[in-house]
Design a protein. Structure first.
Length: 188
């Protein structure tokens, strides 16, 4: 789920429908996006990127005319997706976060270790934060791949991630049904 620049929300039903929820929180409409969508990130006002792990592709989608404008093929299952600095950070399988431009050219390939697929990735301020839900941890790395910090305190199954305007990381912990806020320096 992401919040768009205009206050609307896009909600992806795992491997199913993609819904546009209006700012009143009550009305929504399904977007004409093919099934099996997994992760989503906004590129600009009218454009989003969507990952399709089973197809090993990212689709760039124009919301105004509801058309796919570009398909970026990858060589691994692509899970979590985040846009910043005019590029996409995409979690590939369990061991790589790749930074690519909007043409699909590789800008950086960062080797990481995770016990689970890299389903949740946030790219901001030249840092990448990702969750390892099976390893019960959140990691923060810089764009060279160097670990800045890791957070494991009280996590059971960290999944959804986002940041607030202060750089704090908001974590949805699935197994404990809690929302945890982690300071930008990796301390609780």
């Amino acid at each position: 789920m992401i919040s768009l620049m205009d206050g609307r929300v896009i909600q992806v039903e795992q491997h199913r429908n993609v819904n546009l929820v209006f700012s009143d929180g009550k009305s929504h409409t399904p977007l004409l996006i093919p099934d099996n969508a997994y992760s989503i990130s906004q590129i600009n006002f009218d454009t989003i990127a969507i990952s399709y792990p089973s197809e090993k592709i990212i689709k760039i989608f124009n919301m105004e005319n509801e058309k796919v404008t570009k398909v970026i093929p990858l060589d691994k299952d692509c899970w979590g997706l985040s846009f910043a600095n005019n590029s996409l950070a995409v979690g590939l399988s369990r061991d790589e976060i790749r930074i690519i431009d909007l043409e699909g050219d590789v800008l950086k390939s960062l080797q990481v270790q995770s016990e689970s697929n890299l389903c949740n990735v946030v790219y901001c301020d030249d840092r990448i934060i990702y969750s390892d839900y099976e390893g019960h941890a959140i990691y923060c790395i810089d764009v060279s791949g160097k670990k800045i910090w890791q957070f494991k305190q009280d996590l059971r199954e960290p999944q959804g991630l986002c940041t607030d305007r202060f750089g704090n990381i908001i974590v949805a912990d699935g197994a404990s049904n809690r929302i945890i806020v982690v300071a930008s320096d990796g301390r609780k």
